[in-house]
Design a protein around this ligand. Structure first.
Ligand code: PHE
Length: 458
């Protein structure tokens, strides 16, 4: 606690780091396959509404809580509500970081392996043959050592970035990787749209067909808006705590949400234009990235380069998100326990890697951890975090602002760093209440579905 607080070097650096956290596997992998399976544009529309109505107020809430207290989640709740139980919402965030990063690190490793395979030209054997691509993917993720090797490498890079600090690590790398992701995605999207039939992807993604919209797609879009914006575990509280007082929080939040959305849509265009041009199946689901793409890229002229670029930016997106997750844990030990950055990062990065090893092994049947609700340990960690921990964390934070911190104090914090705009406390209360209610409903719906066997909707 006696160490001087680190701060971002610039406003741009903060925005790129926060959007780097938001932009991740969720944007480039999860969003396109969810849209592909749930009616394309209709899903996109609901997703955009959720981001604006629920996401925006929670992003701003997290930023404000962090900047006000200059502390990561546990400390932030303690500073405003000393001696209360609210600190447990902070601990829930630290716990979520362990859960999410354990499987996220495994997927990060898969992505690194696929970048390498593409670079070596190995996708050429999969040309037009999704069955072969599927067999390759399954044999890789269910094997013992190869995924562990790549996961370890991914986690080591992640630890390396964090050890170098807020400005010298997180900000520096986000400033390099985020612009690279955007530029390459734009190139990939243009390349896709100029392929014969590539334009079909625009109709698919942007022309809503409401008959395709099911109730469960609405619930899915809501849950995803949380995951994609990195909300509910204090990532944005932590990043907000490295801000100085002169930052305009509303404006920064709009940038982060805007970049996150644009990148998801660009990824959708880049992927679906390629998929449509080569007549592959847009509703392939989770295998879209690792099965469909490796079999379609080699059919394009220069496919080896396009495929490699795609997986490399996916790696960068995963890395900037993974570092924001590990930073929540590191910051807790620095802020609350007075540990050094290097000690907390290496120790807890290491522990998370070990939990991740179990996630990876659970896919191969080497280690049969399937007693968790009938799913593998890997799927369970994903399920636990995105269906419960993040939504519960976000809902409790919204309730905390309304009930404990007070909306007036929160709005006062927002006005610091803002020149003219005046935000109405009533509007903020309404938005936060809608956020908390909607999220509370999603959680309840999931509990009904799992425990009673039928969802309320969906
Ligand atoms: N937002 C990240 C993604 O879209 C995932 C994430 C969740 C990161 C929670 C940090 C915290 O992939």
């Amino acid at each position: 606690m006696n160490q001087a607080r680190e701060h971002w070097g610039s406003r741009l650096g903060f925005i790129l780091a926060a959007s780097g956290s938001a932009v991740g596997i969720g944007n480039i992998w999860k969003y396109p396959h969810m849209a592909g399976q749930n009616g394309g544009a209709a899903f996109t529309l609901i997703y955009l509404i959720c981001i604006l109505v629920v996401g925006l107020s929670i992003v701003i809430g997290e930023f404000a809580l962090g900047r006000k207290t200059q502390l990561s989640p546990v400390g932030a709740y303690l500073a405003i509500a000393p001696g209360s139980l609210w600190k447990w919402v902070g601990f829930l965030g630290v716990g979520s970081a362990f859960v999410i990063l354990s499987f996220y690190g495994v997927v990060g490793g898969w992505i690194m392996n696929y970048s390498f395979l593409s670079l070596k030209g190995d996708f050429s054997q999969l040309t037009g043959n999704p069955e072969a691509a599927s067999a390759l993917f399954n044999s890789f993720i269910t094997s013992t050592w190869a995924p562990l090797f790549w996961q370890l490498l991914f986690m080591m890079i992640c630890i390396y970035v964090i050890v170098n600090g807020v400005k010298g690590g997180i900000e520096k790398w986000s400033k390099i990787m985020m612009p690279t992701i955007i530029v390459i995605l734009v190139i990939l999207a243009i390349r896709g749209l100029t392929l014969p039939n590539g334009m079909t992807s625009l109709t698919f993604l942007f022309k809503p067909k409401f008959e395709d919209l099911s109730a469960s797609a609405v619930v899915l879009a809501l849950g995803h808006s949380f995951f994609t914006l990195s909300l509910g575990m204090g990532t944005m509280i932590t990043y907000g705590s490295y801000l100085k007082r002169n930052e305009n929080l509303l404006n920064s939040a709009l940038w982060v949400i805007g970049l996150d959305t644009i990148i998801a849509l660009l990824a959708g265009v880049a992927i679906f234009s390629t998929v449509f041009a080569l007549g592959a199946d847009p509703a392939e689901g989770a295998g879209l990235i690792f099965v469909v793409l490796p079999s379609v890229f080699p059919q394009l002229p220069g496919g080896q380069i396009w495929g490699t670029l795609f997986f490399v930016i996916l790696f960068m997106a995963a890395l900037t998100s993974a570092i924001s997750i590990l930073e929540v844990v590191t910051a807790y030990f620095i802020d609350q326990k007075g540990w050094t950055r290097i000690r907390s990062t290496i120790l807890f990065g290491g522990i998370i890697t070990v939990v991740g090893i179990f996630c990876s092994l659970s896919l191969g049947g080497n280690l049969n951890i399937t007693w968790f609700l009938g799913m593998s340990f890997f799927d369970f960690m994903d399920y636990l975090s995105s269906k419960y921990m993040l939504p519960i964390g976000g809902m409790l934070m919204a309730i905390f602002i309304i009930k404990r911190w007070s909306v007036n104090e929160f709005v006062k914090e927002l006005h610091t760093g803002m020149n003219s705009t005046k935000i109405s406390s009533q509007l903020v209360t309404i938005l936060l209440s809608i956020g908390a209610l909607v999220v509370g409903f999603i959680i309840l719906n999931e509990i009904f579905d799992k425990l009673l066997g039928f969802p309320i909707i969906g």
